[in-house]
Design a protein. Structure first.
Length: 332
C-alpha cells in the first residue's frame, strides 16, 4: 500500500513526509482493516509532524480523520460486515479499566492510544482500527465527512460543554476546520456568534457563513460573551478573551497544544464566576453525538481536496493559513 510516512520532526517542510510502499496491515483480534477513501488533515497532524507532541519518531503515519470501508475483519469482531462505510477518529482505544474509563470519561484515560500518533494513521491506503472505536457512517461524499471525525468531534465536545441557550452569545477565536463547524451548530440553535481570526480568508468565510460579528486578531466582540472557544494555539490571547466574557462566562481551550498563557488578574479576568477550562480528546459518545447532529442539522464542512501525495503541501497550507474551512486527502 502507499503511505505518507514521517521522515523527520521539525518545522514542516517539503520533505517532512515521504511516500513509501508498505505491506497492507492485518487486523488482530477485535480489529478491523479499513480501506481509506479520504483522510482529513488536522492541526494535530501538524503538531505530530513538527514534534510538538512527545514521543513522535520517524516512521509515524499521521492522520486521524478517516473515512473508508471495511476491508477485513479480525477475530471476534461483531457488528461489522465487509464493505460497510466506516469512520475512525483520534481516540484509537482506551484501556477500559482505569477510574476515568469506568466513570464514562474515556477521553481522560490513563493509558490511551491515539490514531496517527501511537498507531499508524490514515495518510495511507489502508489502516487498522479497533472495532469498538470506529463509527458507522452513511455518506455520499467521503471527503466531506472526514473533517467531522476530529474537527467536528472536538468542536462538538467544546460546544456541548458550554451548554449555551438560544439567544446567548458565543465567541470563536480562530476560524479553521473546527470553528467553521461549530458556527453551523450554534446558528442552527439560534445563538449569536462572534468570530475573531487573524486570517482575512478566514474572516471572509465567517461572514459568508453567517457570523454576527467578525474581527481580526486584537479586536473584541461588540457585546460580552456567554461562552467562548479558543481554537488557535495562542495562549497569549487568553487574558483578552477572559475580558470579553460576561459575568458567569466560560472559556474553553480546544487544542492539544498551546503556547504559554500569561498571568491573569483575578479581579478583572476570573472574578464574577468566570471560568477557564480545556477540552481533551473525545469519547465515543461525543463522536456518535456529533454524527447525529451533523445529519439532523445538515452540518457540512467546506473542504479543499488534495491527493495523498500532496499531504505535506496540505500541512504547509494549513500552517500558513491558506485553508478556508478544512483540508482533506483523497486517498482512493
Amino acid at each position: 500500500m502507499k503511505a505518507m510516512v514521517l521522515s523527520k520532526t521539525g518545522p514542516v517542510a517539503p520533505d517532512s513526509l515521504v511516500l513509501r510502499d508498505l505491506p497492507v496491515p492485518s487486523p488482530g483480534k477485535g480489529e478491523v482493516l479499513i480501506r481509506v477513501r479520504s483522510c482529513g488533515v488536522c492541526r494535530t497532524d501538524l503538531h505530530v509532524v513538527e514534534g510538538d507532541l512527545p514521543g513522535v519518531s520517524p516512521g509515524t503515519i499521521p492522520g486521524h480523520e478517516i473515512v473508508g470501508e471495511i476491508a477485513a475483519l479480525g477475530e471476534g469482531v461483531t457488528g461489522w460486515a465487509l464493505g460497510d462505510p466506516v469512520g475512525m477518529a483520534w481516540l484509537y482505544r482506551s484501556c477500559g479499566t482505569c477510574r476515568f474509563c469506568l466513570s464514562g470519561r474515556e477521553n481522560l484515560c490513563l493509558s490511551p492510544i491515539f490514531t496517527g500518533y501511537d498507531r499508524p494513521g490514515g495518510f495511507a491506503e489502508y489502516v487498522v482500527g479497533d472495532g469498538r472505536f470506529v463509527y458507522h457512517l452513511n455518506f455520499t461524499d467521503p471527503s466531506v465527512f472526514a473533517p467531522l471525525l476530529c474537527a467536528g468531534i472536538i468542536g462538538y465536545r467544546a460546544f456541548s460543554r458550554l451548554a449555551l441557550l438560544r439567544g446567548q452569545h458565543l465567541g470563536l477565536y480562530g476560524f479553521g476546520a473546527s470553528a467553521h463547524l461549530v458556527l453551523q451548530m450554534a446558528k442552527f440553535l439560534g445563538m449569536r456568534v462572534s468570530v475573531i481570526s487573524r486570517g482575512e480568508g478566514h474572516q471572509a468565510l465567517a461572514r459568508e457563513m453567517g457570523a454576527d460579528f467578525v474581527g481580526p486578531s486584537g479586536t473584541h466582540p461588540e457585546e460580552p460573551l456567554d461562552g467562548a472557544i479558543l481554537f488557535a494555539p495562542a495562549g497569549e490571547i487568553v487574558p483578552d478573551i477572559m475580558l470579553d466574557l460576561d459575568r458567569g462566562g466560560k472559556l474553553l481551550i480546544a487544542g492539544i497544544h498551546l503556547s504559554n498563557i500569561p498571568s491573569l488578574v483575578y479581579q478583572d479576568q476570573l472574578f464574577l464566576e468566570k471560568s477557564l477550562g480545556s477540552v481533551t480528546a473525545n469519547t465515543r459518545e461525543d463522536g456518535q453525538g456529533l454524527l447525529k447532529m451533523a445529519k439532523a442539522f445538515g452540518i457540512t464542512p467546506k473542504v479543499r481536496v488534495y491527493s495523498l501525495e500532496e499531504a505535506t503541501s496540505a500541512l504547509m497550507d494549513l500552517k500558513n493559513d491558506r485553508i478556508r474551512g478544512a483540508c482533506v486527502l483523497k486517498v482512493s
